[in-house]
Design a binder for this molecule. Structure first.
Ligand SMILES: Nc1ncnc2c1ncn2[C@@H]1O[C@H](COP(=O)(O)OP(=O)(O)OP(=O)(O)O)[C@@H](O)[C@H]1O
Ligand SMILES: [Mg+2]
Length: 418
């Protein structure tokens, strides 16, 4: 089997009253209230971001490779990828904290390569929240406003409002050293939220929140962004967070933008083996296969097994009975395979290798054969109903939806179509 590695933007204008911290309103309600207080003369700022052929090197390491991306005004784009793939570096380039060796960065059509961070009108939440240790929570949040000489009374209103939203109002007098990781992260978010910039860049802003706070914040953040419409780039390596938040997801790997698309496109039409293997829990089955002729029809042979699989109509149109290709990767997601107790019309037999009960579903690993080179079992993961009866070692049958299969080129690892 192929092993593939596998809150926020708000216009926080002054309002006549500070929200009551005790009132159990949601983040979105509180921010929506802030929005209503916006005066008509304060027009929302536009922000269209364009990265053209960006290259960033650190010595021998090329952290970002020929990166091209256009982000529309109001769009919520998530950078998703494994550790070290260049997510933070790309955000820092947009913020002006790093400079590219090659390429252009444009905001609203204007080249900003030469502009200092302070002149780009961007609020950044760092991955490692970089609070000022000698300042209180209050002064940490107020810092960006004091730097641009906002009036003291206005600073006070904004800081207290943000603190109420993030549920850190009772900590305003404390120093960062006595806060938990999640609390520090909220202070860092608050520092971005007091501002009204063109762009929010959020680098794993929820990584240290506990599971419940994270899910709650995620849901509210999504509604909030939809309502307020600030251009936002959000970094995460959590695919669920990416799927649930993004208008579009940019999947990165080793400094290269692998694919940009809606969550639906990224999940259902992965352009490369990397994207296919990175998205999904459990991940897509990726098996070595070859293309040949079986019973007079073009068909896929799963390597080192007796299994021949029919092609989808699109694949049939593409490959003829004469097409022979002995090195392909065949992909199918566990939810597109049906396990059966009895043989069906065109089902295939396999042995149950492992059962993982996950509560709402069971994951069965079916053994299709043995890899001739490694002697490892060739496994197919299948999602079943939790009541599907199965025991390790017994024979079951499976069928799959051939319209949900994927083929990838062995050499280039690019998708060959469904
Ligand atoms: N200042 C630096 N000097 C040298 N190498 C660096 C520097 N910053 C980043 N890199 C390297 O560039 C690559 C991309 O790093 P980056 O921090 O952008 O990754 P990331 O996707 O944000 O990862 P993570 O999910 O772990 O935060 C890595 O190989 C990293 O080691
Ligand atoms: Mg990072």
């Amino acid at each position: 089997m192929r092993d593939v590695q596998a809150p926020t933007p708000a216009r926080l204008e002054s309002a006549p009253t500070v929200p009551d911290v005790q009132t159990p309103t949601t983040l979105i309600e509180r921010l929506a209230n802030n929005k209503k207080s916006t005066t008509s003369c304060e027009q929302r700022k536009m922000a269209h971001i364009e990265l053209q052929n960006i290259v960033k090197r650190y010595g021998d390491v090329t952290a970002v490779k020929d990166f091209n991306l256009e982000i529309e005004d109001k769009e919520f784009v998530v950078f998703l990828g494994p550790s070290g793939c260049g997510k933070t570096t790309t955000l820092r380039l947009i913020a002006g904290l790093e400079h590219p060796e090659e390429g252009e960065i444009l905001i609203d059509g204007q080249r900003v390569n030469h502009l200092a961070p302070a002149d780009r009108d961007i609020a950044f939440v760092f991955q490692f929240y970089a609070l000022y240790p000698h300042l209180t929570v209050y002064d940490n949040i107020a810092f960006p406003l004091k730097a641009v000489r906002v009036e003291k009374s206005e600073v006070d209103i904004r800081v207290r409002k943000v603190a109420a939203i993030l549920q850190i109002a009772e900590m305003l007098d404390r120093k960062p050293s006595v806060l938990s990781g999640g609390e520090m992260q909220r202070v860092a978010l608050g520092r971005a939220m007091v501002r009204q910039p063109k762009v929010y860049l959020l680098d794993e802003p929820m990584a240290n929140l506990d599971a419940k706070l994270r899910v709650d914040t995620r849901a509210e953040l999504k509604r909030l962004q939809h309502e307020i419409g600030a251009t936002t780039i959000f970094v995460t390596h959590d695919q669920v967070e990416a799927m649930s938040l993004a208008d579009r997801i940019a999947v990165m790997h080793q400094g290269v933008l692998q694919q940009i698309g809606t969550p639906h496109e990224i999940y259902n039409q992965p352009k490369s083996l990397f994207v296919a293997g990175f998205m999904g829990m459990p991940t897509m089955n990726l098996l070595d296969a070859g293309l040949g002729s079986h019973e007079g029809q073009p068909a896929l042979h799963i390597s080192d097994t007796d299994i021949w699989l029919p092609l989808s109509p699109q694949q049939q149109a593409r490959f003829t009975t004469d097409t022979e290709r002995d090195k392909l990767i065949f992909g199918i997601r566990p939810e597109h395979i049906t396990a059966m107790r009895e043989p069906g019309e065109r089902s295939l037999a396999a042995e149950v290798h492992l059962i993982e009960p996950l509560g709402s579903v069971n994951i069965l690993d079916l053994r299709l054969g043995t890899d001739a080179a490694t002697q490892e079992p060739i496994l197919l993961r299948v999602r079943t109903h939790p009541t599907f009866p199965a025991t390790i070692g017994e024979k079951v049958w499976f069928d799959f939806d051939e319209n949900q299969t994927h083929l990838f080129d062995w050499e280039t690892e690019q998708a060959l179509g469904r």
